[in-house]
Every structure is written in structure tokens, then in C-alpha cells.
Write a protein that binds this ligand. Structure first.
Ligand SMILES: [Zn+2]
Length: 270
């Protein structure tokens, strides 16, 4: 699942290569991916619009168009954006295809068909997007201070990993980066939030910022001007179950919780 660092880097790449360019033609694929408006309206509205700017909030990537309109994409498990030659064979699970004035296609592909795409026109409010306005502060928002983090985390109960992944607490984290933040903060994923000391909450706050900024820097250096959504090989514990902990050498644990796997070090994390 693309998370905050993946989308932050994609936003920067799209800004560099597409700002000012125009969509010449629109094709809609799997209608289940397109939550609003209708496919016909989506095609009509976006044809001949230009990319004005790109933004991100939590796990939503946002396209701002000229004339005014905004496209919100929640990639969920397997959504991807790809720049492809128009001659590239069409994929079945495609949300949309924008034929650009650059001679390339921008395509939204989704092997799981679970992504959610919303187009808002002019002054339509974000309250039309389910759960969007309920999100907490973006995890790398400079206004998210330690004090605010302290205040907000106390509202949420349950295991700490689930609190980190709850978009209403802070927005942008999924399974992979929650594992990394907990490892860096030396906190076990299944601890109850109510058992965390002030020092541990402060460690979680610092780790949230440092892990995400380090990931953005690393992925940026790796991808250049290409769109890649899950560069993850630099992570320390996530996806590394059975390998050695980079800090102490203990075997990294893999514990399945629901549909997700938590990776952590029983020695380094308490
Ligand atoms: Zn360890």
C-alpha cells in the first residue's frame, strides 16, 4: 500500500514533469474505482484541463487543475500511477487514462480494484469524500508539534500500532511505516496505548518525523523523475521477518494480526 513517503515523492515527480501540461483525452476504465462523478462527466470535465499543482494529505494524492477542479486519489492496497506510451497495451484494471500533450499517457492502474478516485469541481467541498475531513494532521505537517501529538494520542485507545495507522489520529501511515516507527522508537507494536510513558510517546513522535523524512530523502534519490510507488528495500524491519535485526542481530519477528503482518525485534523493542 502506498504510504506517506511514496506519495510525497510521487507528488514531487508529478510537479516537476506535468505542471502546466494539458490532458487532451480521457478514458475511464473500471467504473468501481471512480467514486464521483459519473464516468461520462469525468471525461467531459477533465478533457482540456491543465495540471496547475499537485498536493498530498495523508494517503490522498491531489491534482489541482486549471480551470479549477481537484482530483483526489486514495490508492488503497494496490493503486499505482504510471506514465506510459499510448501504444502500451491497455490493462484491465485501469481507473483512468489521460492522454497528455507531452505525447505520454498518465494511467491509474489498480490490480486489486480497491482504490478510490473523486473529482471535485469548483467549490464542491471535501466533505463529499468519505472520511477525508475526519483525518488528523498530516504526519509530516510542521504544525504537528510534540504537544499536539501528546494531546491527540491520548484520545485513541487500543494497541499502539493500530493507533499510529488510524488516519483520524495522524494521517499518512500504513502497515510498513508504522512498523519502522515503532522499531526506531523501541516500542513493541502490540503495547496498549494506555501503557505508554511520556518518554515513549516522545520517542514515537521523533521517530515518526525522522523515519518519514529519511524515507522521502532515500526514495527521492532512488527514483529520479520516474513514478515508483513502493521502494521499500531500505526499511529496517518491515518485510524482514526471519532476517537479523540491524541493531542487535536477533531474528526479526513476524506476527500476523488480522490481514496484516507486524515485523519487530523482541530484543530492541519493549
Ligand atoms: Zn534488535
Amino acid at each position: 500500500m502506498p504510504e506517506l513517503p511514496d506519495l510525497e515523492v510521487a507528488k514531487a515527480v508529478l510537479t516537476r514533469i506535468l505542471t502546466g501540461h494539458t490532458i487532451e483525452q480521457v478514458e475511464v476504465g473500471s467504473p468501481i474505482l471512480l467514486r464521483r462523478p459519473t464516468a461520462e462527466r469525468f471525461k467531459q470535465e477533465l478533457t482540456n484541463r491543465s495540471f496547475k499543482a499537485f498536493a498530498r494529505y495523508g494517503k490522498f494524492l491531489i491534482f489541482h487543475f486549471e480551470p479549477e477542479a481537484q482530483l483526489y486519489i486514495n490508492f488503497m492496497l494496490a493503486g499505482r500511477l504510471k506514465l506510459q506510451s499510448p501504444s502500451t497495451q491497455k490493462q484491465k484494471k485501469m481507473g483512468f487514462r489521460f492522454q497528455l500533450d507531452t505525447g505520454w499517457d498518465l494511467r491509474y492502474l489498480d490490480a486489486k480494484n480497491m482504490g478510490k478516485i473523486y473529482l471535485l469541481l469548483k467549490n464542491e467541498p471535501t466533505s463529499l469524500i468519505p472520511n477525508y475531513d475526519d483525518q488528523g494532521p498530516d504526519a509530516i505537517d510542521p504544525d504537528l508539534t510534540l504537544e499536539i501529538f501528546y494531546q491527540r494520542i491520548r484520545i485513541f485507545n487500543g494497541v499502539v500500532k493500530h493507533v499510529l495507522m488510524n488516519q483520524r489520529f495522524i494521517a499518512g501511515l500504513g502497515n510498513a511505516y508504522a512498523d519502522e516507527i515503532l522499531f526506531t522508537a523501541k516500542v513493541l507494536p502490540f503495547r496498549k496505548r494506555s501503557t505508554l510513558t511520556d518518554t515513549e510517546i516522545e520517542a514515537l513522535y521523533s521517530a515518526t518525523k525522522s523515519v518519514l523524512h529519511h524515507a522521502i530523502t532515500t526514495i527521492t534519490a532512488r527514483v529520479g523523475d520516474t513514478l515508483q510507488f513502493e521502494v521499500r528495500d531500505f526499511l529496517q524491519v518491515h518485510g524482514k521477518g526471519g532476517e537479523s535485526c540491524p541493531t542487535c542481530g536477533t531474528t526479526i519477528s513476524s506476527v500476523k494480526s488480522g490481514v496484516r503482518v507486524a515485523n519487530f525485534c523482541r530484543q530492541c523493542q519493549i
